[in-house]
Design a protein around this ligand. Sequence first.
Ligand code: GDP
Ligand code: MG
Length: 294
Amino acid sequence: MNTHKAGFVNIIGNPNVGKSTLMNALVGENLSIITSKAQTTRHRILGIVNGNDFQVIFSDTPGIIKPAYELQNAMMKFVSSAIEDADVLIYMIEIGEKSPKNEDLFNQLLKSDKPIFLLINKIDNGESSQVEEAVQLWSKQIPQAKIYAISALRNFGVEEVFTKILEHLPESPAYYPKDSLTDKPERFFVNEVIREKILMHYRKEVPYSVEVQTEAFEELDHIININTTIIVERRTQKGIIIGHQGKALNRIGRESRRDLEKFFQKKIFLDLYVKIDKDWRQDKRKLKGYGYHD
Ligand code: GDP
Ligand code: MG
């Protein structure tokens, strides 16, 4: 008799350890934006891998931090819910990392009775002695975890982890249609691509003060027409985003369009608008409007 396996595999860990890189490697698509800055990922993002007799639903989450403002509180709730609703947990660290950053979340992880995979990432950056040290250290901190050393960026060890995860998935019918890749609408990926460019090109607090919302996504035969608003907290930030003679904003538009044309395989018309929404990051009601409390 044929059995079918399906379940939720949630990836958590400190900022910048390579969670989004791993999810993209597992799924084979650039679903989750990647930069060298902490807090690039703000939401939970699903990446679905389908086979004849399985469906693995990976979930990329924001990096674990101690929340300093309301937006970060919401981000840590995404992480906490990811621990609760997982069938399998991936706790990712990078080589050289010695202790958890947020003890409450780490304790929640220790108490969980789910299978835990502890992945030591970026081993392309370290010596083999460091890998052994890390295995020793972390097997004491999470005795129940299965430990693997990988490089998400070089796709080393990723396949093996995938196979092992499959063994730990429960028998279950699929949760999503077998042709789905993610649960997020197209607009979400537009927002994320633009936010990635903003993270790349602006400094200090600017990228963290930005929210991106796509109001219109109209797909025609030969082109997709997109209207997107970049929301900032203050007037000075609006000036910085637009730049002298609009040059900075034009660059964001140009680079985003290029990536979106690749992602959607269609010509893109992208209209960008910048708006001030005073102190939105601190305001529960506004955050809800932007999709941060669900
Ligand atoms: P996240 O914050 O945990 O989602 O981390 P990202 O996936 O955004 O990656 C953070 C940074 O680490 C990026 O610059 C990645 O290119 C880099 N990175 C991810 N995986 C590896 C790896 O296996 N080796 C190396 N050397 N760098 C990596
Ligand atoms: Mg990330």
